[in-house]
Design a protein around this ligand. Structure first.
Ligand SMILES: [Zn+2]
Length: 211
């Protein structure tokens, strides 16, 4: 728990109307309407990831703005909000039951130190609570990754190669890998590749928003 966890905004982060929560009741209803626990998934997997589940479509501006806000503020309130949606996704029949550990796709050390926290770590702790499995820090991210959205798919893969590493030895565990946003899937796939190199059996991805 950091200092930000205790702070609540006095306005809705979307419409800026006075609100006791990060979302006013009307924006909350709009977000609810965009959520479909079965809508965004790639059960065939994505690269080294065995399957992928997303809470929202990144193309929808409301969840996108909420994720961006979480990235800069880390509000406890936003985490609780996403936790509620996570609970509904993990309750679906096709969500993997064989998870042993929950971890996250870390930001670069530079990005983390700029904010003092990593929103994906916070989200992974919520996901661990939702699936009732232990949370573990398994990956570190070195160096400098250029801003991904400016690069094409092939360049993105090249860009993330070698940026993740992990020291721990895994013994065939199935991992739930949490990330905030998955666009092409290149970053999540690279993190999954490194986890499998460490000894993970399967890697399932859960993200807030997917393109
Ligand atoms: Zn609002």
């Amino acid at each position: 728990m950091g200092i930000w966890d205790s702070l609540a905004p006095l306005h809705c982060v979307i419409c800026r109307e006075a609100s006791e929560s990060v979302l006013c009741p009307s924006c909350r209803r709009r977000l609810d309407a965009l959520f479909d626990p079965r809508a965004f998934r790639c059960s065939g997997g994505n690269g080294y990831a065995d399957s992928m589940f997303a809470l929202f479509h990144y193309g929808d501006s409301l969840p996108r703005d909420l994720v961006l806000d979480l990235k800069s503020t880390g509000y406890r309130d936003s985490l609780e909000l996403f936790y509620g949606y996570m609970e509904r996704v993990v309750a679906c029949d096709d969500f993997p039951r064989e998870i042993d550990l929950v971890t996250f796709c870390p930001r670069t050390v530079f990005a983390r130190s700029a904010r003092g926290f990593d929103q994906s770590e916070k989200l992974a702790r919520e996901a661990a609570r939702a699936v009732n499995r232990p949370f573990a820090v398994l990956l570190s991210r070195s160096g400098y990754a250029r801003t991904q959205h400016k690069l094409s798919g092939a360049r993105r893969e090249e860009n993330v190669k070698g940026t993740f590493f992990g020291e721990q030895k895994l013994m065939g565990e199935n991992i739930l890998l949490v990330d905030d946003v998955v666009t092409t899937g290149a970053t999540a796939s690279e993190a999954a590749r490194v986890l499998k190199g460490m000894g993970a059996m399967r890697v399932f991805v859960l993200c807030l928003a997917h393109d």
